[in-house]
Design a protein around this ligand. Structure first.
Ligand code: CTP
Length: 411
């Protein structure tokens, strides 16, 4: 790999000492690294140490006129191929998310047009605080690469997520970003063009996957839904700048970047989490919610007695989509899916009316759609029916989100 230039911002936290090791690792890999030390960072490591390891000047003060003359903060941020914040404190993440620029580090984070990798490290409660989580989600939606911290025992004696990831893992992420295709580095979204992020500031709620309805502690009723279509929709929404909450039944899928994921098992749990996630501007109910659950969930495993088969009485589950359709916080755009095996449009039109939603995305599940990679859908609205050709689920997801953005976005 050709030599690249990394601008390393060292924030104020006990993990700052590990930034020294990171500087050595970057240098060893043959790249140049220039350090910016925040006021807090300088409580933990000295400019002298970082200067010696990076073999470069260390920058600390925005109002150092000599530096401003020689190297303005704009150039400092623009000359790098990649900006890395390590450790990224809760304070730095918050300022960056809010666009505050009150020292050299935050000013150049606002001025940079280069990819930014933030490596958080902080106390577990600070990491888990809704304010920090909101900032992380917002930053990811802005195109900032925010690593997940490691979990384990912390310097403060508490246990949980918040530890700085191992230097090896951080460097792995740096190498990955430096070697990304084309110009090497995925550019940040162009904020001057609103159409890249037409759902910025909008809250999108998505349900996905099957639900599991317990019969006894070891058995349940389920269906073949994989969750892939719902996850692809959540990802496409986040890519268009929305703040996305994904309420998912049991699936084997990783959470798309920038998406808040809430895992549930049963339809009743899913309804409770969906209601907690309101208000939302758009809700897309992709989950294949079980229509029925076992009327009486046995507390102990039901045993075979060799004589009779136990009866299975069913009770109807709440209809989440229909509940939202008449909810006092009904999302402005409410979209349901309809899995049909025959008379697709006719049944979907009936669902549109019955459930009080605005659009129905209907699909014929008589083939291998459920759990498969492709989907062919028809979009049913009060104005008519649009038929989309069979395509991979992520292509359908992007097309659907673009249609949604046209309907509700600011683009
Ligand atoms: N849905 C829901 N809650 C339920 C059942 C369905 O929110 N208890 C939602 C699904 O997420 C989907 C839409 O309703 O967006 C239609 O789901 P589908 O299974 O096609 O329809 P049902 O209402 O279950 O009707 P039927 O099974 O009779 O076709």
């Amino acid at each position: 790999m050709t030599q690249k230039r990394i601008l390393l911002i060292v924030g104020g936290g006990i993990a700052a000492y590990k930034a020294c090791e990171l500087v050595r690792t970057i240098r060893k890999a043959g790249h140049a690294v220039r350090c910016v030390l925040t006021k807090g960072g300088s409580q933990f490591v000295t400019p002298l140490t970082l200067g010696a390891l990076s073999e470069d000047k260390v920058y600390t003060d925005l109002f150092d006129l000599k530096d401003e003359a020689e190297m303005g903060h704009i150039q400092l941020s623009r000359q790098a191929d990649l900006v890395v914040i390590c450790p990224a404190t809760a304070d730095l993440l918050a300022k960056m998310h809010a666009g505050i620029a009150d020292d050299l580090a935050t000013t150049l984070l606002l001025a940079t047009d280069k990819p930014v990798l933030a490596v958080p490290a902080m106390n577990v409660r600070m990491w888990q605080h809704p304010a920090t989580q909101r900032n992380v989600i917002g930053l990811r939606a802005d195109g900032v690469h925010v690593m997940d911290p490691d979990a384990g025992e912390m310097a403060c004696g508490e246990y949980g997520p918040g530890r700085l990831p191992e230097v090896e893992r951080i460097y792995g992420e740096i190498a990955h970003l430096l070697s990304a295709p084309s110009s090497g580095i995925a550019a940040q979204p162009d904020f001057t063009e609103g159409k890249h992020r037409p759902l910025y500031g909008k809250r999108v709620l998505v349900t996905a996957g099957p639900t599991h309805e317990p019969i006894d502690p070891v058995r349940y009723i389920a269906n073949r839904s994989s969750g892939r279509q719902g996850f692809a929709i959540a990802q496409a929404a986040a890519e268009l700048g929305a703040e996305v909450t994904l309420v998912s039944g049991p699936v084997h899928l990783t959470t798309p970047p920038g998406v808040i994921r809430i895992d549930v098992e049963s339809a009743r749990e899913m309804l409770a989490e969906v209601e907690k996630a309101l208000p939302a501007d758009v809700a897309i109910m992709v989950a294949a919610v079980a229509d029925w659950r076992a009327a009486d969930e046995a507390e102990q495993k039901i045993k075979k007695d060799g004589k009779s088969v136990p009866p299975l009485a069913l009770a109807e589950n709440p209809d989440i989509l229909a509940t939202l359709g008449k909810h006092e916080q009904r999302p402005a755009l409410l979209i349901g899916f309809a899995a049909e095996t025959e008379k697709v449009v006719e049944h979907a039109q009936a669902k549109l009316a019955k459930k009080g939603c605005d659009w129905i995305v209907a699909n014929d599940v008589s083939g291998d759609v459920m759990g498969g990679a492709n989907n062919a859908v028809q979009i049913i609205t009060k104005d008519g029916v649009e038929s989309w050709a069979d395509a991979p689920k992520d292509v359908i997801a992007r097309k659907l989100m673009e249609k949604i953005a046209d309907a509700v976005g600011q683009g």
